[in-house]
Ligand binder design. Sequence first.
Ligand code: CP
Length: 302
Amino acid sequence: MKNKSLVSINDYSKEEQLRVLEVAKEFEANPVQTILKDHVIASLFFEPSTRTRLSFESAISRLGGKIVGFSEAANTSVKKGESLRDTILTIANYSDLIVMRNPVEGSARFASEISPVPIINAGDGSNQHPTQTLLDLYSIIKTQGTLDNLHVGFVGDLKYGRTVHSLVIALCNYNTTFHLVSPVELKLPSSVKMHIKEKNLTYHQYTQMDEVIPNVDTLYMTRIQKERFSDPLEFERIKDSYNLHKDMLHTTKDNFRILHPMPRVNEIHVNVDADPRAYYFQQALNGVYVRQALLAIMLGLR
Ligand code: CP
């Protein structure tokens, strides 16, 4: 795994993914170290982010590393027309590893093919978000005690949701039963369903989430993403499709937990936040430990 880019969750085998989760446990127990003191990590965010960018930067800082980069390309030479190729080749001179979020699907793969230093895909358009998946797997293990044989509900934008795509693919390794809740316009793409079918796993599709809540172990809520719609009227029509409210949680399994990659808009009412089954803020914290583990492994320090 040393120096191997992480662009798609499938770049890591099941065993490699589990190794990241094992090392994350070590960092959770001991998050402040100096193992990155001789390393510079580039953090290139061409698209907005709160959790991914800042949890990477927190992970790097807590391990004694240095960060170079930007949170918007408008202040860089991209604004003058510089290509992604030239940007990556330049910044690779200044850093040992590049974390990149870019709105263009496939941009992270392209970067990994030309970069002399490893690339971590922090989200490329609606394609993949593999580090989110690793922290989601870590959160599921922490809350369920296992990844095996779970019923997992996915709610919201399953078409454009890159966190959904990566997590569904990863969960196909664990005999998961999938409960897919979305407006008809935002169903999970066939290319992702293909992974479920290849493993002979079961999925059910719904447009309402009420009947799913009592039957799942983990409910993975997602936002309807305004930025993915070319037609604003279509977004307006379906943006309020789901609103999880505490009154909807009267019949759940004992082990039921709610995850959300965040940001949230209105799909989970704030009155759910104090419920012990709401896990999304702890999930975001887990991102620091998982990203510490990933950096340590990719740089050959674990
Ligand atoms: N989960 C996630 O990717 O959040 P940000 O967009 O805030 O990074």
